[in-house]
Design a protein around this ligand. Structure first.
Ligand code: ATP
Ligand code: MG
Length: 333
């Protein structure tokens, strides 16, 4: 089927039903200016940059014109304030970001190694980021939300499950939808009931946004077509598979497939590409765009973001992404 013939129909609830809400960690990222191993000697650093996968997702979702909100926690400090200000000024609803008096905003110190992998020093578990809870503000937000976006990275926060279960119940009851980005570190799957809980999230998700092997982890089955079949059998209706510099592919429960090539860019900082992709894709589908148009904006959002240093510095407005799409060549698929 030609790409343009795929209709704009989607099981995702329309934007008008209420905001897309993400739940999870807000962090600052502070990065080494030089490549190398670890942080064992004094080195030059740059930051703080607003960060945290759910924050990056929410910021891109809002910037492209979707209604977006986040349930998260920051400290009563400048690291928290730069996040709240960024999200607010980019159009996200920040009413359910709580401010902890007892803990500082979460952080990640990052240094790229020469082979492109990363060394991290995280402060998440003992920071305000881990204080996410079902506050009155979060309940008020869920009561008018249209979509919940769940990210595997947030499962490092034990209290997130209660909030997520509550949100799924409320949002589904009012006709809302759910998406899942499995970006879950494999080590977390072994913790407590994570595996069972993760499987339940797959069961309630309408849309899954995996990258690479996450497709198999989400399905619990190896092999692309077997994994896709298994996910559809569990009630998923669309899959947007992220393929880095090879672009992305949509699979629909009706058997449709749409491929969209990546944009050709010089990668400066890969962090945040998947989250920007997700924020743009969910917003565009909820705004009623066709699959191809949504993939094109999502690819553009991911690609533009990797051209700038900082996890969400390259998140683009609709107009910036239109300009980017107009002038940027595409990779062969
Ligand atoms: P992350 O590293 O943030 O977890 P991810 O693995 O979830 O990302 P990717 O596939 O790396 O997701 O990136 C999402 C999208 O961003 C891709 O589908 C692609 O369209 C775009 N993208 C990412 N990296 C590049 C790149 N180097 N060149 C062009 N496009 C890119
Ligand atoms: Mg990812």
């Amino acid at each position: 089927m030609p790409a343009d013939a795929i209709s704009s129909q989607t099981k995702l609830a329309p934007d008008a039903l209420g905001p897309t809400v993400a739940v999870g960690e807000i962090l600052v990222e502070i990065m080494a200016k030089s490549r190398g191993d670890g942080f064992l000697e004094p080195i030059e650093l740059v930051g703080p940059y607003p960060s945290g996968a759910p924050a990056i997702f929410t910021d891109q979702c809002a910037r492209i014109g979707g209604s977006a909100a986040i349930v998260a926690s920051v400290g009563d400090d400048d690291f928290g304030r730069i996040n709240i200000e960024r999200l607010r000024s980019d159009g996200a609803d920040v009413s359910a970001i709580s401010v902890s008096r007892d803990y500082p905003t979460g952080s990640a110190f990052v240094r790229y190694r020469n082979d492109g992998s990363r060394d991290f020093v995280f402060n998440i578990g003992k920071s305000a980021a881990a204080m996410v809870s079902l506050t009155a503000e979060a309940k008020a937000l869920f009561a008018l939300a249209g979509h919940l976006h769940v990210m595997g990275s947030a499962f490092a926060i034990p209290s997130v499950w209660e909030t997520m279960d509550y949100a799924i119940g409320v949002i589904k009851r009012r006709g809302g939808s759910v998406s899942l980005d499995p970006n879950l570190r494999k080590e977390l799957l072994g913790l407590g009931q994570t595996q069972e809980r993760f499987a339940r999230l797959v069961d309630v998700a309408d849309l899954i946004l995996p990258s690479g092997d996450e497709l198999f982890m989400a399905a619990g089955v190896d092999g692309e077509s077997a994994a896709i079949t298994a996910l559809f059998a569990r009630g998923v209706t669309e899959i947007a598979l992220k393929r880095g510099e090879h672009g992305s592919t949509f699979f629909g429960a009706d058997g449709s497939r749409v491929d969209c090539p990546a944009f050709r860019v010089a990668e400066v900082d890969p962090t945040g590409a998947g989250d920007c992709f997700g924020g743009a894709y969910v917003a565009c589908r909820r705004l009623g765009m066709s699959v191809f148009k949504a993939l094109e904006y999502a690819n553009a959002a991911g690609a533009r973001n990797v051209t700038m240093q900082g996890p969400m510095e390259g998140a683009g407005s609709r107009q910036q992404l239109d300009e980017f799409i107009a002038v940027t060549p595409r990779n062969a698929q």
